[in-house]
Design a protein around this ligand. Structure first.
Ligand SMILES: NC(=O)c1ccc[n+]([C@@H]2O[C@H](COP(=O)([O-])OP(=O)(O)OC[C@H]3O[C@@H](n4cnc5c(N)ncnc54)[C@H](O)[C@@H]3O)[C@@H](O)[C@H]2O)c1
Length: 313
C-alpha cells in the first residue's frame, strides 16, 4: 500500500489527515504546532513530527501532501522532491512563478510526480461538465462565468484572494478550454482585509474569442460557488457546493442525477493510485506553474489598470 504523510495539519490539512487515514495511506504527519501534533497523534494513532527532515529520515514514505501556507509551498515541496518523494502540493503550486519553474525542473529531473490540489477537477459536477464540453453536446463553449464569494474570516494572511481563491477557477477555465489565455485584465482591491486584496474580477481571453470571467470576493456575506457555461447551443449552470448541474437548451431543462461524492476523497485517492500504477496525475506541474503565472498577471493588471498579454500556449 502507498505510504503517505501530510505536512501541515491546519484548517485544511486536517481534512487530508482524515481522508488519507480513511483510505489507509496515512503513516505520519508533520506539524510545527505542538497542540495540533498532540491532537492528531491521539486521533489517528500515528507519529506527528515537528521536523520534516526527522520525519523523512525515520519513516518509509512514498509521498507527501503539503498543506502549509501558500508562501511556504516552494521550500517544503523542494525538500520533499529532493528527498525522493512524490509530492502533492495544495493549491497554488507556489506563490511566485520563478519558484514554480524550479519545482517543475526538479520533478522532471527526478522522475517524481508533482501535482497540485486543484480540487474542482475532482468535483463530480465539474467532471460531468468537462465531458459535456468534450462531446460538444451543447455546441461550442464560448464563455465561463465563475463566482466564488464568501465573507472574509481573517484566517488567510499570507496571500490575497487571487492567489488563494481565484486560482481554482483559473485552473478550471484552462482545463475546460484546454488552452492558455493570451490576455488577462483584472480589477482588485481590499475592503475588509488591511493588507491583501479581498475582491478581484478577472477576465481571461483565449483564442477563438473564448473568455472566462472570474469573480472572487471575501466581501459577500453568503457563500456562493457557481459556474455558468455559455455554449452555442445552450447554457450549463453548476453549483460547486451542491454538485448540481443544470442544462438549458432547445430541448428544455435537464438536471442529471448523480451521486454526491467528496472531491478531496477522489483527489487523494487519485494521487495514491498514480503512485501505485506509475501513471502521471491529472494535474501536471505545468498546470500549477501556468496558473500561478496567470494569477501573477491578474495582480499586475489590477495594479497597473492595463491588460497583460501572455504567451503560454
Ligand atoms: N483545495 C482547497 O479547497 C483548499 C482549501 C483550503 C486551503 N487550501 C490550501 O491549503 C493550504 C493550507 O491552508 P490552511 O487554511 O489549512 O492554513 P492553516 O494556516 O490553517 O494551516 C497551515 C498549517 O501548517 C502548519 N505549518 C506551517 N509551516 C509548516 C512547516 N514548515 N511544517 C509543518 N507544518 C507547518 C501551521 O502550523 C498550520 O497548522 C494553503 O495552501 C491553502 O491554499 C486548499
Amino acid at each position: 500500500l502507498v505510504r503517505l504523510a501530510v505536512v501541515g495539519a491546519g484548517g485544511w490539512g486536517k481534512n487530508h489527515l482524515r481522508v488519507l487515514h480513511d483510505l489507509g495511506h496515512l503513516v505520519a504527519f508533520c506539524e510545527i504546532d505542538i497542540d495540533k501534533r498532540r491532537t492528531y497523534e491521539e486521533k489517528y494513532g500515528i507519529k506527528g513530527y515537528a521536523s520534516f527532515d526527522e520525519m523523512v529520515s525515520r519513516e518509509k514514505l512514498d509521498g507527501v501532501t503539503i498543506c502549509t501556507p501558500t508562501v511556504t509551498h516552494f521550500s517544503v515541496a523542494k525538500e520533499a522532491l529532493l528527498h525522493g518523494l512524490h509530492t502533492f502540493v495544495e493549491k497554488p503550486l507556489t506563490s511566485k512563478s520563478y519558484e514554480g519553474e524550479r519545482l517543475v525542473e526538479l520533478s522532471k529531473s527526478s522522475d517524481l510526480f508533482l501535482t497540485v490540489g486543484f480540487i474542482e477537477r475532482f468535483n463530480p459536477a465539474v467532471s460531468q461538465l468537462k465531458s459535456l464540453v468534450e462531446e460538444k453536446r451543447i455546441g461550442e463553449t464560448l464563455l465561463l462565468e465563475f463566482h466564488r464569494e464568501n465573507k472574509w474570516l481573517g484566517t488567510i494572511k499570507d496571500v490575497g484572494i487571487i492567489e488563494d481563491t481565484a486560482v481554482h477557477d483559473i485552473d478550471t477555465a484552462r482545463w475546460i478550454f484546454e488552452k492558455e489565455p493570451y490576455i488577462v485584465f483584472a480589477r482588485a482591491g481590499n475592503v475588509l482585509s488591511q493588507t491583501k486584496e479581498d475582491f478581484a474580477i478577472i477576465t481571461l481571453g483565449f483564442s477563438e474569442n473564448k473568455s472566462a470571467f472570474i469573480m472572487s470576493n471575501w466581501v459577500t456575506p453568503k457563500r456562493i460557488r457557481t459556474l455558468t457555461t455559455v455554449c452555442t447551443g445552450g447554457v450549463v449552470t453548476l453549483d460547486f457546493i451542491t454538485q448540481e448541474l443544470r442544462i438549458d437548451d432547445e430541448k428544455g431543462t435537464t438536471i442529471p442525477r448523480r451521486r454526491i461524492e467528496e472531491p478531496l476523497m477522489l483527489e487523494l485517492k487519485a494521487f495514491a493510485e498514480s503512485i501505485e500504477k506509475r501513471q502521471p496525475p491529472l494535474v501536471t506541474p505545468e498546470d500549477g506553474l501556468n496558473t500561478t503565472r496567470i494569477a501573477e498577471a491578474a495582480s499586475a493588471s489590477a495594479q497597473s489598470n492595463a491588460p497583460i498579454f501572455l504567451n503560454l500556449n
